[in-house]
Design a protein around this ligand. Sequence first.
Ligand SMILES: *Cc1c(COP(=O)(O)O)cnc(C)c1O
Length: 406
Amino acid sequence: MMKLPIFLDNHSTSPMDPRVLETMLPYFTEKFGNAASRNHAFGWAAEEAIDTARKQIAKLINADAKEIVFTSGATESDNLAIKGVLEMYKEKGSHIITAVTEHRAVLDTVKTLEAKGLATVTLLQVDKQGMVNPEDVRNAITDKTVLISVMLANNEIGSINPIKQIGKIAKEKGVLFHCDATQGVGKIPVDVQDMGIDLMSFSAHKIYGPKGIGALYVRKKNPRVRIAAQMDGGGHERGMRSGTLAVPLIVGFGKACEICGQEMAAESVRLTKMRDRLQSAIMGALEETYLNGHPTNRLPGNLNISFAYVEGESLLMGMKDIALSSGSACTSATLEPSYVLRALGVGTELAHSSIRFGLGRFNTDEEIDYTIKKVIEVVTKLREMSPLYEMAKDGVDLKTVQWAAH
Ligand SMILES: *Cc1c(COP(=O)(O)O)cnc(C)c1O
């Protein structure tokens, strides 16, 4: 039997895989050692577990285990990468290039640096499908540019940026390249060598691992990247991030990465099929629905649709047994239209009418059937109650309507 509510918000977080939990459990109790305790068996056991996890994580992104720096999550990794590079390379300059559709962990970080007078920032626009143009990156580079930060896959619309091309330009120009790959790692192939990435943020809880643990990949050679620590302490993680390692979480992160590496190919085929079925059933049944993001070059589990004449929030209220997101999970507390959708040129109305479906490992065909039925039913009902929809159907051009002042 299918259980309600259905979780279709896998971009915001994901349920932990039971296999991950099982691997973690001993490290809370009998194997509780501190990985930095070098002189007894408890410490050695913890250190060994950390080494294994580091290798599992590095393998998934084609890095060396020594290049993985553990953090509390991708937000911290983004902060550490950007602030760490800016501080370390300030002699060269303080210009950063990033894009308008980045996650808040990147945008707010560069904004803070700019407000403090520590950086100048170029925010690149994106095309209608949410893609950064590598030539825009090239044209923005000056002799003061110390960092390019462009995300792999967008958390709202799933569009996948041309990272390899941007990496190539960064290398050509001798500028460091940071990539927030939180939504992409574990879902699509990521290879830091092939993609020319120097620093990369990602997080366990988006890939069926535990919350509170993430990593920053920091390139060790070609070039050797240096970052200034943002927290002082015991000098853990090669001095880049002090603090006792969260052994159980790291063990879980490692296992989550191992499973992704083994199952990604099959899982992405399954999710793409399920997602495409959801998309065509909804968009085939309901007129004036619009796909946001790139039609094909996007994450397997991502589907973002605008339903004209329907408020996204009302739609969510009408189907409380399905966990979805209108706009970004981070901005849905405020009623601002999603800045990502606005950046694609989506109008305010349509941005407010958008819903993000995030499919994941544990979703079933039965759940998709239920969702299709429910979305069509609720959108149809809401539109029947909408005077705007009635007018539009009667052929009134809504742009010509004189609205009464509130
Ligand atoms: C979720 C997410 C983050 C934040 O990750 P946390 O581990 O929750 O801090 C950063 N960037 C992107 C693209 C994300 O999707």
